[in-house]
Every structure is written in structure tokens, then in C-alpha cells.
Design a protein around this ligand. Sequence first.
Ligand code: MG
Length: 159
Amino acid sequence: MIRVGIGYDSHRFAEGRPLILGGITVPHTHGLTGHSDADAIAHALTDAILGAAGAGDIGRLFADTDPRWKGADSIVLLRAAHGVVLAKGWRFVQGDITVLCEQPKLGRYFPQMADRLAQALDVSSEVIGLKAKTNEGMGWIGRGEGVATIAVATVERAP
Ligand code: MG
């Protein structure tokens, strides 16, 4: 038995923050703002997995008003969310992720990101798909104001 979930996340660029995406630090002039490390890739994938398992969403598990999650490593949150999914009798199988931003170019970092995301979920990095798109200069993404990510995940009934 297989189920599918979708996740979306966005964060705004700001100066003086490291850019953390897919669990790695990407060299860039700006980072992303947020209560945690603002890793939009990890957050979208987390929501997709939670959604697939009918286990709520990242904001319910890790409220952005809770001081425990201030500056949190989103890879740790991803692993913890998968723990909730496992406890409900589901296991992550595969994820496919599209990142939208004009800059920086992310493709060369995808192998490292896939490794980190896969490690957090105890799977092979081959089951993590990562794709990058610009928004062709349109809207807030096109103006370089932030990053958006869409993720789809499948889970299977854990034996
Ligand atoms: Mg987020």
C-alpha cells in the first residue's frame, strides 16, 4: 500500500544569514530568514512525508513560536517527523523536489543535498529527486526575494 503527499515551503532572503538548503550550506550573498534554519527544501519534503502519512504538518509538530526550534537544524526536524510517520506505521519510499529561485544556481549542490536528506530518512540518495527552476523573472521569486520549494513524497505501509 502506497500513499502520496505534497509539501510547499517558502522563505525570504536576508543579509547576514547562511543559505541552508537541503541540509547543506550553499555559498551565496544572502541566506533565508525563519525561526529555524529556514531550509525550504527540508521543510517542503517534511510536509510531503507528513501529508502522505496523514500525520499533520511541520508547523503542528514544530511550532515557529516554540523556542526549542529557534535556529533548529531542519535535517533533525525531518528525521523527527519521519519518526512520527514510522510510529503511525508508514515509511518513506521516495521524494521528488522542485526548487524555485533565480539565484544562486543550485544544481551542482544536489548530490550533496540528496545525500543529507537520504541520511535523515535512512534511504538511498537515489530515491531523492531534486530539480531547480527559475521563475523566468516573474513575481517575488523572479525579483530574487526568496526561495520556494514544492515536494512530493510517497510512503508505504511499514511491516
Ligand atoms: Mg519553512
